[in-house]
Design a protein around this ligand. Structure first.
Ligand code: AMP
Ligand code: ZN
Ligand code: FE
Ligand code: FE
Length: 294
Protein backbone atom coordinates (compact mmCIF):
# COMPACT_ATOMS: atom_id res chain seq x y z
CA UNK A 1 0.00 0.00 0.00
CA UNK A 2 1.95 3.04 -1.23
CA UNK A 3 0.85 6.61 -1.51
CA UNK A 4 1.20 7.12 -5.24
CA UNK A 5 -0.40 5.28 -8.16
CA UNK A 6 1.66 2.62 -9.98
CA UNK A 7 3.70 4.40 -12.63
CA UNK A 8 3.75 1.88 -15.48
CA UNK A 9 0.00 1.27 -15.42
CA UNK A 10 -1.03 4.89 -14.93
CA UNK A 11 -2.05 5.49 -18.50
CA UNK A 12 -4.40 2.52 -18.63
CA UNK A 13 -6.17 2.97 -15.31
CA UNK A 14 -9.95 3.43 -15.30
CA UNK A 15 -10.98 5.53 -12.32
CA UNK A 16 -14.49 6.37 -11.02
CA UNK A 17 -14.44 8.76 -8.06
CA UNK A 18 -18.08 9.10 -6.98
CA UNK A 19 -20.34 6.22 -5.87
CA UNK A 20 -22.98 5.51 -3.22
CA UNK A 21 -23.70 2.33 -1.24
CA UNK A 22 -26.31 1.30 1.33
CA UNK A 23 -24.33 3.35 3.85
CA UNK A 24 -26.40 6.17 2.34
CA UNK A 25 -28.83 5.99 -0.59
CA UNK A 26 -27.18 3.48 -2.92
CA UNK A 27 -28.76 0.05 -3.26
CA UNK A 28 -25.64 -2.17 -2.96
CA UNK A 29 -23.67 -2.89 0.20
CA UNK A 30 -20.17 -1.35 0.11
CA UNK A 31 -18.44 -4.69 -0.52
CA UNK A 32 -20.87 -5.60 -3.30
CA UNK A 33 -20.34 -2.19 -4.89
CA UNK A 34 -16.55 -2.62 -4.87
CA UNK A 35 -16.94 -6.07 -6.43
CA UNK A 36 -19.23 -4.57 -9.07
CA UNK A 37 -16.61 -1.90 -9.78
CA UNK A 38 -13.95 -4.58 -10.30
CA UNK A 39 -16.39 -6.49 -12.49
CA UNK A 40 -17.03 -3.36 -14.55
CA UNK A 41 -13.31 -3.18 -15.35
CA UNK A 42 -12.48 -0.27 -13.07
CA UNK A 43 -8.99 -0.10 -11.55
CA UNK A 44 -9.88 2.46 -8.89
CA UNK A 45 -13.20 3.38 -7.31
CA UNK A 46 -14.05 5.95 -4.65
CA UNK A 47 -16.83 5.33 -2.15
CA UNK A 48 -18.49 8.68 -1.45
CA UNK A 49 -21.62 8.11 0.60
CA UNK A 50 -23.64 11.11 1.74
CA UNK A 51 -22.46 12.48 5.08
CA UNK A 52 -20.97 9.21 6.36
CA UNK A 53 -17.82 7.08 6.30
CA UNK A 54 -19.49 3.97 7.69
CA UNK A 55 -18.96 2.02 4.46
CA UNK A 56 -15.18 2.52 4.44
CA UNK A 57 -14.12 -0.62 6.31
CA UNK A 58 -16.26 -3.03 4.33
CA UNK A 59 -15.24 -1.37 1.05
CA UNK A 60 -11.57 -1.49 2.04
CA UNK A 61 -11.69 -5.22 2.77
CA UNK A 62 -13.44 -5.87 -0.56
CA UNK A 63 -10.91 -3.73 -2.44
CA UNK A 64 -7.99 -5.75 -1.02
CA UNK A 65 -9.79 -8.99 -1.85
CA UNK A 66 -10.59 -7.95 -5.42
CA UNK A 67 -7.28 -6.23 -6.14
CA UNK A 68 -8.86 -2.90 -6.98
CA UNK A 69 -7.83 0.52 -5.69
CA UNK A 70 -10.12 2.32 -3.24
CA UNK A 71 -10.18 6.03 -2.53
CA UNK A 72 -12.06 6.58 0.70
CA UNK A 73 -14.39 9.53 0.42
CA UNK A 74 -17.69 11.12 1.31
CA UNK A 75 -20.17 13.52 -0.32
CA UNK A 76 -21.04 16.34 2.05
CA UNK A 77 -24.43 18.01 1.67
CA UNK A 78 -23.93 21.77 1.90
CA UNK A 79 -26.31 24.68 1.55
CA UNK A 80 -25.94 28.34 0.59
CA UNK A 81 -28.92 30.69 0.13
CA UNK A 82 -31.41 27.79 0.17
CA UNK A 83 -29.47 26.15 -2.61
CA UNK A 84 -27.97 22.71 -2.22
CA UNK A 85 -24.25 22.29 -2.95
CA UNK A 86 -22.51 18.89 -2.85
CA UNK A 87 -18.86 18.65 -1.85
CA UNK A 88 -16.85 15.47 -2.41
CA UNK A 89 -14.11 14.90 0.17
CA UNK A 90 -11.29 12.41 -0.28
CA UNK A 91 -8.68 10.87 2.03
CA UNK A 92 -9.57 12.91 5.12
CA UNK A 93 -9.32 11.79 8.73
CA UNK A 94 -12.69 10.14 9.49
CA UNK A 95 -12.28 10.89 13.21
CA UNK A 96 -11.78 14.64 12.82
CA UNK A 97 -14.04 16.12 15.50
CA UNK A 98 -15.04 19.33 13.70
CA UNK A 99 -15.96 17.56 10.48
CA UNK A 100 -17.79 14.82 12.40
CA UNK A 101 -19.74 17.47 14.28
CA UNK A 102 -21.11 18.95 11.06
CA UNK A 103 -21.95 15.55 9.61
CA UNK A 104 -23.78 14.46 12.75
CA UNK A 105 -25.75 17.70 12.79
CA UNK A 106 -26.86 17.09 9.20
CA UNK A 107 -27.65 13.44 9.83
CA UNK A 108 -29.91 14.20 12.79
CA UNK A 109 -31.60 17.02 10.89
CA UNK A 110 -32.31 14.53 8.09
CA UNK A 111 -34.40 12.48 10.56
CA UNK A 112 -36.76 15.31 11.52
CA UNK A 113 -36.87 16.53 7.93
CA UNK A 114 -38.11 13.10 6.82
CA UNK A 115 -40.83 13.13 9.49
CA UNK A 116 -42.03 16.45 8.10
CA UNK A 117 -42.00 15.28 4.47
CA UNK A 118 -44.03 12.18 5.39
CA UNK A 119 -46.49 14.33 7.41
CA UNK A 120 -46.99 16.67 4.45
CA UNK A 121 -47.63 13.78 2.09
CA UNK A 122 -50.00 12.02 4.48
CA UNK A 123 -51.90 15.29 5.06
CA UNK A 124 -52.35 15.52 1.31
CA UNK A 125 -53.78 12.00 1.06
CA UNK A 126 -50.65 10.11 0.02
CA UNK A 127 -50.61 7.03 2.27
CA UNK A 128 -47.07 6.71 3.60
CA UNK A 129 -45.66 6.36 7.12
CA UNK A 130 -42.24 6.98 8.63
CA UNK A 131 -42.03 3.26 9.52
CA UNK A 132 -42.42 2.37 5.85
CA UNK A 133 -39.52 4.72 5.06
CA UNK A 134 -37.35 3.33 7.85
CA UNK A 135 -37.90 -0.20 6.51
CA UNK A 136 -35.96 0.89 3.39
CA UNK A 137 -32.85 2.10 5.24
CA UNK A 138 -29.89 -0.01 6.36
CA UNK A 139 -29.04 0.37 10.06
CA UNK A 140 -27.04 3.55 10.64
CA UNK A 141 -27.22 4.70 7.03
CA UNK A 142 -27.71 8.36 6.11
CA UNK A 143 -31.45 8.84 5.54
CA UNK A 144 -32.44 10.59 2.32
CA UNK A 145 -35.27 11.23 -0.10
CA UNK A 146 -34.35 8.12 -2.12
CA UNK A 147 -35.46 5.99 0.86
CA UNK A 148 -38.82 7.77 0.81
CA UNK A 149 -38.93 7.04 -2.92
CA UNK A 150 -38.22 3.37 -2.19
CA UNK A 151 -41.07 3.28 0.34
CA UNK A 152 -43.43 4.69 -2.31
CA UNK A 153 -42.20 2.03 -4.75
CA UNK A 154 -42.61 -0.75 -2.15
CA UNK A 155 -46.20 0.33 -1.45
CA UNK A 156 -46.99 0.30 -5.16
CA UNK A 157 -47.57 4.05 -5.53
CA UNK A 158 -44.82 4.71 -8.09
CA UNK A 159 -42.84 2.35 -10.33
CA UNK A 160 -39.32 3.59 -9.51
CA UNK A 161 -37.18 6.27 -7.85
CA UNK A 162 -37.00 8.34 -11.02
CA UNK A 163 -40.78 8.68 -11.16
CA UNK A 164 -40.98 9.37 -7.42
CA UNK A 165 -38.55 12.27 -7.78
CA UNK A 166 -40.17 13.60 -10.95
CA UNK A 167 -43.70 13.61 -9.52
CA UNK A 168 -43.36 14.01 -5.75
CA UNK A 169 -39.89 14.51 -4.30
CA UNK A 170 -38.10 17.09 -6.44
CA UNK A 171 -36.78 20.31 -4.88
CA UNK A 172 -39.78 22.44 -5.90
CA UNK A 173 -42.35 19.90 -4.71
CA UNK A 174 -44.82 21.02 -1.99
CA UNK A 175 -43.65 17.97 0.00
CA UNK A 176 -39.98 18.96 -0.13
CA UNK A 177 -38.40 19.97 3.17
CA UNK A 178 -34.74 20.91 3.47
CA UNK A 179 -32.44 19.78 6.27
CA UNK A 180 -29.56 21.47 8.08
CA UNK A 181 -26.46 21.54 5.90
CA UNK A 182 -23.09 23.21 6.41
CA UNK A 183 -22.06 26.25 4.38
CA UNK A 184 -19.92 25.11 1.42
CA UNK A 185 -17.00 27.43 2.27
CA UNK A 186 -16.88 26.12 5.84
CA UNK A 187 -17.06 22.56 4.50
CA UNK A 188 -14.01 23.17 2.27
CA UNK A 189 -12.05 24.46 5.25
CA UNK A 190 -13.12 21.54 7.45
CA UNK A 191 -12.11 18.96 4.84
CA UNK A 192 -8.68 20.57 4.41
CA UNK A 193 -8.24 20.79 8.19
CA UNK A 194 -8.99 17.04 8.35
CA UNK A 195 -6.21 16.40 5.81
CA UNK A 196 -8.65 15.75 2.97
CA UNK A 197 -9.08 16.96 -0.58
CA UNK A 198 -12.33 18.88 -1.27
CA UNK A 199 -13.76 18.51 -4.78
CA UNK A 200 -16.93 20.31 -5.84
CA UNK A 201 -19.50 17.76 -7.10
CA UNK A 202 -21.59 18.35 -10.25
CA UNK A 203 -21.72 22.16 -9.78
CA UNK A 204 -23.74 22.96 -12.88
CA UNK A 205 -26.26 20.17 -12.87
CA UNK A 206 -29.25 20.82 -15.14
CA UNK A 207 -31.54 18.44 -13.28
CA UNK A 208 -31.74 20.00 -9.83
CA UNK A 209 -33.22 23.47 -9.99
CA UNK A 210 -31.02 26.54 -10.14
CA UNK A 211 -27.34 26.06 -10.87
CA UNK A 212 -24.63 27.20 -8.51
CA UNK A 213 -23.33 30.78 -8.66
CA UNK A 214 -19.78 31.07 -9.99
CA UNK A 215 -19.18 33.56 -7.14
CA UNK A 216 -19.74 30.79 -4.61
CA UNK A 217 -17.31 28.51 -6.46
CA UNK A 218 -14.71 31.28 -6.33
CA UNK A 219 -15.25 31.71 -2.60
CA UNK A 220 -14.73 27.98 -2.21
CA UNK A 221 -11.53 28.18 -4.27
CA UNK A 222 -10.24 30.95 -1.99
CA UNK A 223 -11.01 28.71 1.01
CA UNK A 224 -8.94 25.82 -0.41
CA UNK A 225 -11.11 23.93 -2.89
CA UNK A 226 -8.90 21.30 -4.54
CA UNK A 227 -10.93 20.13 -7.49
CA UNK A 228 -14.11 20.17 -9.51
CA UNK A 229 -16.19 17.36 -11.00
CA UNK A 230 -16.38 18.28 -14.67
CA UNK A 231 -17.50 15.02 -16.28
CA UNK A 232 -20.88 14.00 -14.84
CA UNK A 233 -24.14 13.00 -16.51
CA UNK A 234 -26.04 15.91 -14.93
CA UNK A 235 -23.86 18.46 -16.78
CA UNK A 236 -24.81 19.60 -20.25
CA UNK A 237 -22.09 20.78 -22.65
CA UNK A 238 -22.27 24.36 -21.34
CA UNK A 239 -22.02 23.25 -17.71
CA UNK A 240 -19.06 21.03 -18.49
CA UNK A 241 -17.32 23.86 -20.33
CA UNK A 242 -17.92 26.27 -17.44
CA UNK A 243 -16.57 23.76 -14.93
CA UNK A 244 -13.50 23.12 -17.10
CA UNK A 245 -12.92 26.88 -17.44
CA UNK A 246 -13.00 27.26 -13.64
CA UNK A 247 -10.57 24.35 -13.30
CA UNK A 248 -8.20 25.94 -15.82
CA UNK A 249 -8.44 29.38 -14.22
CA UNK A 250 -7.68 28.11 -10.71
CA UNK A 251 -5.52 25.06 -11.44
CA UNK A 252 -8.12 22.73 -9.91
CA UNK A 253 -8.06 18.94 -10.11
CA UNK A 254 -10.56 17.78 -12.76
CA UNK A 255 -12.60 14.67 -12.04
CA UNK A 256 -15.17 12.60 -13.89
CA UNK A 257 -17.41 10.00 -12.33
CA UNK A 258 -20.64 8.07 -12.47
CA UNK A 259 -22.36 9.03 -9.18
CA UNK A 260 -23.46 5.39 -9.17
CA UNK A 261 -26.35 4.51 -6.82
CA UNK A 262 -26.77 0.82 -7.75
CA UNK A 263 -30.27 0.10 -9.06
CA UNK A 264 -31.57 3.36 -7.62
CA UNK A 265 -30.49 5.44 -10.61
CA UNK A 266 -29.65 4.77 -14.26
CA UNK A 267 -26.01 5.89 -13.69
CA UNK A 268 -23.59 3.06 -14.52
CA UNK A 269 -20.12 2.50 -13.04
CA UNK A 270 -17.38 4.01 -15.18
CA UNK A 271 -19.75 5.99 -17.42
CA UNK A 272 -17.46 8.95 -16.74
CA UNK A 273 -13.91 8.54 -15.45
CA UNK A 274 -11.03 10.53 -14.01
CA UNK A 275 -7.63 10.89 -15.63
CA UNK A 276 -4.87 9.07 -13.68
CA UNK A 277 -2.76 12.23 -13.44
CA UNK A 278 -5.68 13.94 -11.70
CA UNK A 279 -6.05 11.06 -9.23
CA UNK A 280 -2.33 11.35 -8.52
CA UNK A 281 -2.91 14.94 -7.42
CA UNK A 282 -5.66 13.84 -5.02
CA UNK A 283 -3.47 11.11 -3.54
CA UNK A 284 -0.60 13.57 -3.18
CA UNK A 285 -2.74 16.17 -1.38
CA UNK A 286 -4.70 13.78 0.85
CA UNK A 287 -3.03 13.21 4.21
CA UNK A 288 -5.91 12.32 6.53
CA UNK A 289 -6.29 8.69 5.43
CA UNK A 290 -4.60 6.43 2.87
CA UNK A 291 -5.87 5.20 -0.45
CA UNK A 292 -6.05 1.41 -0.52
CA UNK A 293 -4.23 -0.62 -3.17
CA UNK A 294 -2.62 2.30 -4.97
P1 AMP B 1 -31.52 14.28 -0.09
O1 AMP B 1 -30.04 14.35 0.22
O2 AMP B 1 -32.26 13.46 0.92
O3 AMP B 1 -32.16 15.62 -0.29
O4 AMP B 1 -31.67 13.48 -1.45
C1 AMP B 1 -30.82 13.77 -2.51
C2 AMP B 1 -30.47 12.49 -3.21
O5 AMP B 1 -31.53 12.13 -4.06
C3 AMP B 1 -29.23 12.59 -4.09
O6 AMP B 1 -28.23 11.75 -3.59
C4 AMP B 1 -29.62 12.08 -5.42
O7 AMP B 1 -28.77 11.05 -5.86
C5 AMP B 1 -31.00 11.52 -5.23
N1 AMP B 1 -31.80 11.89 -6.38
C6 AMP B 1 -32.03 13.15 -6.84
N2 AMP B 1 -32.81 13.09 -7.94
C7 AMP B 1 -33.05 11.77 -8.19
C8 AMP B 1 -33.76 11.06 -9.19
N3 AMP B 1 -34.40 11.71 -10.17
N4 AMP B 1 -33.78 9.72 -9.14
C9 AMP B 1 -33.13 9.06 -8.15
N5 AMP B 1 -32.45 9.67 -7.17
C10 AMP B 1 -32.39 11.01 -7.18
ZN1 ZN C 1 -27.47 10.03 -3.41
FE1 FE D 1 -24.53 14.85 -5.35
FE1 FE E 1 -23.61 11.63 -5.32
Amino acid sequence: MGSTPRGPTLGRMRIDLHTHSTASDGTQDPGVLVAAAAGAGLDVVALTDHDTTRGWDEAGAAALERGIGLVRGMEISCQRDHRSVHLLAYLFDPDDADLLGEIEHARSSRLTRMDRMVERMAADGIPITIDQVRAQVAAGATLGRPHLADALVASGQVPDRTTAFRDLLHNESPYYVSHYAVDPVRAVRLVRAAGGVPVLAHPFTVTRGRALDVDVVEEMVAAGLGGIEVHHRDHDAAGRALAQDLADAHDLIVTGSSDYHGEGKPNRLGEHTTDPAQLARIVEQGSGSAAIGL
